[in-house]
Design a protein around this ligand. Structure first.
Ligand SMILES: Nc1nc2c(ncn2[C@@H]2O[C@H](COP(=O)(O)OP(=O)(O)O)[C@@H](O)[C@H]2O)c(=O)[nH]1
Ligand SMILES: [Mg+2]
Length: 257
């Protein structure tokens, strides 16, 4: 397709980072939908060496579209590590903002223009399932309860005015990521989203929530596991206790180069 373009009005050069693990049935569709919905943005598929060949499929798309890129990672290291690598990739190449988006179609690429429009007046935009105007379609009740309770707990423990701290459809300005001091990040799994919400809140950057329509995946399997839930519960609890004490954020794994 065409040349790299000047960028998104009021935001600048935007990179949509899509982490993938075994998303062969979804990756081509989601990338094509992103390119149609927001032609000015670039796409980076961050694949953890998926055994089902997702990385090769993404590579084939990158071969025919200069705005699609692939970051091949050696193995499954969790969502947080994939995103940090993607954010670092964006920073090294001078992007002004990154978008987080799942590969499985749960985050509708067609909602992207609304998120990017909100980013004109914000540092962080959270596509939220739990604000007025949002919809959640076909999610099993167990996931609904987990998300509602998890968000309630996160909000209470961390004192954040964020309705969907666990959601993964977001825009971050690179300036905000710098202010958030990502070198302290320690999450492996989905608690990464809560951790970044907390860091954004603590950094005092402008956070805006925009309603989205979240649709349960139709193809492929969820990577959610009891271990991921346990990590989130454990981390939210320790952050909550730590935030009540004065002092500095502890350092994490140094994965933000
Ligand atoms: N690169 C990478 N992507 C992952 C990993 N775990 C999950 N993902 C991706 O993260 C997104 C959300 O995962 P999903 O299984 O749909 O979680 P759910 O929506 O909470 O059930 C999808 O695009 C997954 O392919 C991982 O360890 N590495
Ligand atoms: Mg999903």
């Amino acid at each position: 397709m065409g040349e790299a373009v000047a960028g998104q009005p009021g935001v600048g050069r935007v990179l949509v980072v899509i982490p993938t693990y075994n998303e062969a049935d979804n990756v081509a569709d989601v990338v094509a939908r992103v390119r149609r919905a927001a032609p000015a943005v670039d796409v980076l598929v961050a694949d953890d060496n998926s055994p089902d060949g997702t990385g090769a499929l993404a590579e084939a798309m990158a071969g025919t579209d200069a705005q699609v890129h692939v970051l091949h990672r050696p193995g499954k290291e969790g969502l947080g590590a994939a995103y940090l690598a993607g954010f670092g990739w964006a920073r090294q190449r001078g992007y002004d903002a990154v978008v987080e988006m799942d590969a499985d179609g749960s985050h509708a690429p067609e909602d992207l223009p609304a998120l990017l429009a909100a980013a004109r007046d914000a540092d962080v935009v959270i596509g939220s399932r739990w604000v007025g105007g949002a919809r959640v379609v076909n999610w099993p009740w167990r996931r609904l309860v987990l998300s509602r309770c998890g968000n309630l707990y996160a909000r209470m423990a961390l004192g954040m005015p964020v309705s969907d701290a666990t959601g993964g459809f977001r825009v971050y300005r690179l300036s905000a990521l710098r202010a958030m001091r990502l070198e302290s990040v320690c999450s492996q799994g989905y608690s990464f989203q809560v951790e970044l919400s907390r860091l954004a809140h603590r950094a005092g950057v402008r956070i805006v929530e925009v309603p989205i329509t979240f649709v349960e995946r139709e193809r492929g399997a969820s990577k959610m596991s009891p271990l991921i839930v346990a990590e989130a519960l454990w981390r939210i609890t320790t952050w909550g206790l730590r935030d009540r004490r004065p002092g500095r954020l502890r350092r994490g794994h140094d994965r933000w180069p």
